[in-house]
Design a protein around this ligand. Structure first.
Ligand SMILES: *Cc1c(COP(=O)(O)O)cnc(C)c1O
Length: 382
């Protein structure tokens, strides 16, 4: 009998998330060729389910890119930006800055709209810089700070100015309703290992007709051959060979995406809120406070908590890791200052956070954490 040498691990990180049991099972399916009719049928189901997840029109082109979320980000700029284009990038965290870096590499003149650390982008700041802009890019939920940016308002501004809108939906789509068509988003992407709890290595994307029209108006071919929009359509729509897709990852993503749609986005959003408030209720008496000041700026799927004064961030997280519990700290300016607790996909469940509460009671020599957590999870009495 094969014995698994790895210990069960509690992942509380803001990605990757634990693999959904149905996705884990799908990984056991035998290998098939990427040109097999069964795989094309599976891909067609994935495309329809992605339309539902992103809230697109019935005919919007959706696909999986064979890479992580960053490939989804890069494919958007590679196909939709040409040398000399004016691109406005909302950059209030490290993923926004990654967008700006990529847009620059594909030849864009990048205008940055920033916000103080821990605050959302102000749509008025976007509107003030729109003159001559061909594309706006924004991260919906900034994982590096736990901030939610106002995508519907920014979308309205982009529409008014006839600019395309690219949205990083990595921490939102698949965990709460996303309305690509209604808001007016032209290109959206995520990564399989975040809200969907599928294995890393796939980037689900949705491309509006407006974005495809911009692609067809290019003066020069897309410099990234691997993710060329028409190359993707060769495989996903015309069923001709482009590159060998990772079919095992397609199996797993198909299962995880179906599980997410079966549960429903409103139920998933409620689950995130439910577990998130229980964590805050349990930790508040220890001195943990929300890092993002304005409640409407808080990203539900990445709970950023300011650590109590004198808290031994590195020491406690090291001790947690020895107990097979992974917690993520701050990044750059917020290192040592905050924890970023993931509430995406299978992480947004009581059991993994109960494990954290138990371990913290022990490590910090405090009592009542788990009891407070469990009490806060109880349905509110009527
Ligand atoms: C994780 C993440 C990405 C991309 O991640 P990969 O590590 O390439 O999968 C992009 N944007 C946001 C907001 C993320 O959280």
């Amino acid at each position: 009998m094969f014995e698994d040498p790895y210990t069960e691990h509690v992942l509380l990180t803001p990605g990757p998330t634990p693999i959904h049991p149905r996705a884990q099972q799908a990984l056991m399916r035998p290998m098939l060729g990427h040109m097999d009719p069964e795989i094309f049928a599976l891909n067609t189901e994935i495309q329809a389910d992605l339309r539902a997840m992103y809230g697109t029109t019935d005919t919007t082109f959706t696909a999986l890119l064979a890479g992580t979320g960053s490939l989804g980000m890069e494919a958007g700029f590679a196909n939709l930006v040409e040398s000399g284009d004016e691109v406005l990038v909302c950059a209030n965290g490290s993923f926004g800055r990654r967008m700006a870096d990529m847009a620059t590499r594909y030849g864009a003149n990048v205008r940055l709209v920033t916000a103080p650390l821990g605050e959302a982008i102000d749509p008025d700041d976007v509107a003030a810089q729109m003159n001559g802009v061909q594309m706006v890019a924004v991260v919906h939920g900034e994982t590096s700070t736990g901030v939610l940016n106002p995508v519907p308002q920014i979308a309205q501004i982009a529409r008014q100015h006839g600019a395309l809108l690219t949205v990083d939906a990595v921490t939102t789509a698949g965990m709460e309703p996303f309305h690509m068509a209604e808001w007016g988003v032209d290109y959206a992407y995520t990564g399989a290992q975040k809200c969907l709890s599928a294995p890393p290595g796939l980037a689900p994307v949705a491309i509006s007709d407006r974005a495809l029209a911009r692609y067809h108006a290019r003066r020069t071919p897309t410099p990234l051959w691997y993710c060329d929009f028409e190359g993707l359509r060769d495989y996903w729509e015309r069923h001709t060979y482009h590159h060998t897709v990772p079919v095992n990852l397609h199996y797993a993503l198909h299962a995880a995406l179906r599980a997410a749609l079966d549960e429903g986005m409103l139920n998933r959003k409620a689950r995130v809120q439910h577990v998130g408030q229980a964590i805050q209720t349990a930790l508040a008496p220890l001195g943990f406070t929300p890092y993002v000041q304005r409640p409407e700026d808080r990203l539900p799927t990445v709970l950023a908590l300011r650590l109590p004064d004198g808290f031994d961030d590195a020491g406690v997280r090291r001790a947690l890791r020895e107990r097979h519990i992974s917690v993520t700290g701050g990044l750059g300016a917020t290192a040592g200052l905050i924890w970023r607790l993931g509430l995406m996909g299978e992480t947004a469940r009581p059991a993994p956070y109960r494990a954290l509460m138990n371990a913290l009671e022990d490590l910090l020599g405090v009592q009542g954490l788990t009891a407070r957590f469990d009490a806060a999870l109880e349905p509110v009495p009527v």
